[in-house]
Design a binder for this molecule. Sequence first.
Ligand SMILES: Cc1cc2nc3c(=O)[nH]c(=O)nc-3n(C[C@H](O)[C@H](O)[C@H](O)COP(=O)(O)OP(=O)(O)OC[C@H]3O[C@@H](n4cnc5c(N)ncnc54)[C@H](O)[C@@H]3O)c2cc1C
Length: 435
Amino acid sequence: MSIGMPDKRDSYDVIVAGAGIGGLLSAAMLSKRGFSVIVFERLSFIGGRFTSFNFQGYEIPSGAVHMIPNSRGLFTKTLREFGIDYKKTDVWVECIWGNHRRSCRHAAGIFNTLESTSARWALAKVIFEVMRPQKNVETSFEGYLKSEIGNDELYRFFEVLTNFSLSLSMEDIPAKTMFKIIRDMLLQGLMGDNRVIPIGGCKGVIKGLKEVISAHNGKIVTNAEVRKILVHEGKVDGVAVKMGRECRELKSRYVVSNLGPIKTYDKMDEVDYSGVLSKLRGKKPPAGITISVAASKDMLGHSGITLTPISEHVCGIVQPTAIDPSLAPEGKHLLLTHQILKSRNIKNEIELGIADLHRIFPDFDEHCEILCTHSFHSDWPVNYLTQGEDLPNRTQIENLFMVGDGNKPPAHIMTEGIAHGVKQVVDAICASRIR
Ligand SMILES: Cc1cc2nc3c(=O)[nH]c(=O)nc-3n(C[C@H](O)[C@H](O)[C@H](O)COP(=O)(O)OP(=O)(O)OC[C@H]3O[C@@H](n4cnc5c(N)ncnc54)[C@H](O)[C@@H]3O)c2cc1C
């Protein structure tokens, strides 16, 4: 059994704190490379914000909407290495404007997603700017679009794109960060990159990683809360973990923390990080709402991302059942919407999102039924830190590393960013073993 109590030993090469996608990916890669690894997860399930729960036959996400951003990225490369199956989406992006739907199958067709010629010229200008490496704009992306581009349709296109892919308003992301994201998205897209949907959804990935960890003698312990990260003379020493009523100290040469930067700094023993912590606590993690909808027919006609400039709150929708029908009962579809959380009145924001769904799909009541709604904020946000403000994977403490969506290398987004961070940590641990 890989999920259960730790065995009698009290020392491991690597202790992983947290069984989110960052923690499990690290554990799978390190156990495969011959390290003895144990993962502690405070909840009764693994996967964190990257799994799902079956509700009335529908796989409802705990966070991620069953989509991985890059088919040619590092994350999918790692999934292939582990034999975890996924399928590429057939549309790069679709936009719903008023009565019109405009889509492209490849990045080269991005101009087709806009309605007016003036918006297409404006997009050409943005693309020209983002491809110039010397361009350095010291303003928010919103400020840049307003002052230098001035096209309402293009502004709306980027607004829904930023809301959907980063869960941020355009005023909250610096133009230079967004330039790099757009540049990478376009260059990768032109080389044939697209999003993918894992078979079995996010849970399919988690199941696959669990099997890899088990096959390499790694252990995962659920209902086990890491209370302290033990530090001795500037070097990590292990963790104190609470399982039931018992609190145990386990030693390890390395600790990989998937708890997010705030909890990681908060749990460090013998070190006062109150300055760093008060700065981090002052930042608001990106927050959002997802509405899960059961549909009796295929509402989108493709498996890619649909952006919804037609609506006021919902910014995008995916229908993962277009790739994997097993995510819903036979003959049904699962639609997942996303919107950013704009106020503290979550109930009202959800109602506004539902009103948008009727605007997007005039036949909504005929074919659709709302299954459930979820908000993501505070301790369970869309990202631990705002895109572009991530902290490095290495910490000041020797052999203590951080992985997850507060520690993505610059410009890499979502799970692709997490995979890049995990690789840096695995490489650093492997290199230090050789020394
Ligand atoms: C609505 C929404 C939609 C999204 N859509 C996508 C998408 O389509 N594609 C995509 O790539 N990304 C998407 N994301 C982002 C993605 O889900 C997250 O970036 C990713 O799942 C975060 O993984 P993580 O490992 O960093 O953190 P987490 O998943 O939060 O994992 C951390 C784990 O640590 C555990 N933990 C916390 N404290 C302790 C403790 N003291 N002891 C032990 N364990 C502890 C937690 O319970 C959790 O299981 C979305 C996110 C949301 C919320």
